[in-house]
Structures are given as C-alpha cells and as structure tokens.
Design a protein around this ligand. Structure first.
Ligand code: SF4
Ligand code: SF4
Length: 308
C-alpha cells in the first residue's frame, strides 16, 4: 500500500543537495555501509541501506529520479545514527547527504507533519533564572528540575523538525521566551542541543552530576551519534566500574519511531538483547522512553547525584 504524504510544507529554496554532488560521486558502491545499518539489516531492501539512500540522492540531484512516496519513505527511514559513516572507506558524510536530501524534499510523511505541528504548538510558561530544557514530559524532568532549583521546559529544542529536514522555528521561539523571562542559565542534556544556546550560560546536565549510584551489573547505552567529548564525560561517571557500553541506535528518535514503529521496535529489541539480561542505563530520555517498553531500562538521570 502506498504511504500517504503531503507537500504543504515544501520549502521553496535552492537545493541543498547540490553542495554534496562531488561527495556523492566518491561513493564507490562497495556496500560496506550496508552491514552497519540496522534499518537495512531488518528490511533487507536496497533502498533502505545507506548506499541506497546515496543513490537516491544522486538520482534526485541529477533529475533521473522524481520524488514520490517511496523516495520520501526511503530517505526518512534512516535514524541518523551515523554507524554507516564509521565503516565507509571513502569517509563519506552519509548523514549530511541524507539530511540535505530531506531538506530538498517537497513532500512530508503524515507522521512527520503531525510531529511538526505538535512541536510548533508547544507552549508553556518559563519562570525563574535557571531553566532545564528537556524533550520529555516524563515526571523525572520535574524531579530533576526541583533538585537543580530550576524551572522545567518539556518541549525540547525542536531537533526532530531539523532531522525531518524542515526549518526549526521552535528553537528561535524558545530563545525569545528565555530572553523575555530573564533566564540566566540553561541546562540541557543531549549534546546536540548546545548549538541552540550560543551566547547563553548553557551547561550540560552531565557536568552537574557528582556521581552515579548504578548498583551491580548493567550495560550503558550511548547513541552512536553523540559527540566524543560528551561520551567521554559520561564514561568518566562510570569509571572504575565494570561496564559494558552499547553504542547502537535503538530507533528511539521520535520522528523515526512514530513513522517506522516496526523497525524501531526491532532495533530496540536488538539493544535489549545485547545487554545479556542486565539492566540498561540510557543517556537520553528519548531512548529511555522507547527502550523501557521492551526491557529493564533506566536513564542516567534516575541514578544521578548532583553537585551541591
Ligand atoms: S545513519 Fe544509521 S540508519 Fe541511517 S543509513 Fe546510516 S546506519 Fe543506516
Ligand atoms: S561504504 Fe561508503 S563508499 Fe561504500 S557504498 Fe557505502 S557510502 Fe558508498
């Protein structure tokens, strides 16, 4: 059955893919990337592989392919986990190409349209000099905000809109609200959110953690796309403990799991299986919300002791 989509959010701008023409041409078609892509390993369809998405991007750029529902689906059925980039001998920035192709798409999946509308409509009052910005409505956000003497914003920074390939106006609105409210310090969690708070006193919540009380026998799940500096900070918290790290994508990003629930479930179950029956500690509330449906999972924030 053909997937439904509409193009009311089409961007009338220059094609972003054009910037990647030369990089696309460096793809030798070796297919090493396919073995790293959990989406492809589940569907076994060429168009769902990193290589397939590069070929589709090339086709769109040259005009050999015309956008349709199956092309939109193939380009969006990528979790942007970057595992494929870690094995590409040509060192192609595969996810940058996929993001550019998404940006150039005129059509949008119905699920993504709904997510965008929901994010853009998000509004909650901001009061206080310290603000905890999280992309989660889970009660842990309010508990942590209380511990940190901060107000809580549960609507995130609109990262999902950007990953879908559309202009993230939510981030700009949030910054305006923060300025209006006289917030002096912003606390964020996922490393990628840092870029939204340029010019602010913005601190990663991991820097406020003194220690973790993890107990015995657990595995720590860190999404592969998190930057190295952040990963090292997290690993320091677990220093001297016998920890196994699972650097894999669980399919928990909202725009991925809502559009592709079957693949997201399979990816989550793979992560759970790799923990060999141990409790999993996630480093992202989005991963936590997804993985907890399939196994014994908590987030770092549940076991964090904060500095005074
Ligand atoms: S970023 Fe992840 S999901 Fe996307 S093509 Fe690469 S390996 Fe597959
Ligand atoms: S590993 Fe790199 S060069 Fe090989 S097919 Fe994949 S994207 Fe192309």
């Amino acid at each position: 059955m053909e997937r439904e989509y509409n193009n009311q959010f089409a961007l009338q701008v220059m094609k972003m893919l054009e910037k990647y023409y030369k990089e696309i041409l460096t793809c030798t078609g070796c297919a090493f990337c396919k073995k790293a892509c959990q989406v492809y390993l589940h569907t076994r369809k060429e168009k769902d592989s990193p290589k397939g998405r590069i070929m589709i991007s090339y086709g769109l750029l040259t005009g050999e392919l015309k956008e349709d529902a199956s092309i939109i689906e193939a380009l969006q059925k990528c979790a942007l986990c970057r595992l494929c980039e870690s094995v590409c001998p040509s060192m192609i920035k595969i996810t940058d190409i996929i993001k550019a192709a998404r940006h150039d798409l005129k059509g949008m999946l119905r699920e993504h349209e709904r997510i965008m509308q929901e994010i853009e409509a998000w509004n909650e009052p901001i009061k206080g000099e310290r603000l905890l910005v999280m992309n989660s409505k889970n009660e842990i956000v309010d508990e942590i905000a209380k511990k940190l003497h901060a107000a809580a914003w549960h609507g995130g920074c609109g990262g999902a809109i950007e990953r879908i390939g559309r202009e993230n106006e939510m981030a700009g609105r949030l910054i305006e609200k923060i300025k209006e409210a006289g917030v002096k310090q912003v606390i964020y969690y996922e490393p990628d959110c840092k870029k939204y708070f340029e010019g602010f006193d913005a601190v990663n919540i991991v820097d406020l953690i003194e220690s973790v009380d993890a107990g015995e026998s657990y595995a720590v799940h860190i999404p592969y796309d998190f930057d190295g500096e952040f990963v090292e900070k997290v690993k320091k918290l677990f220093e001297k403990k016998d920890v196994e790290y699972i650097h894999e994508c669980c399919g928990g990003r909202r725009e991925f799991k809502e559009a592709f629930p079957e693949e997201a479930e399979k990816m989550a179950k793979d992560v759970i299986q790799k923990s060999n029956g141990r409790k999993i500690i996630t480093i992202s509330l989005e991963c936590y919300e997804h993985l907890k449906k399939y196994g014994n999972v908590i987030d770092l924030l549940h076991i964090a002791k904060f500095k005074d």
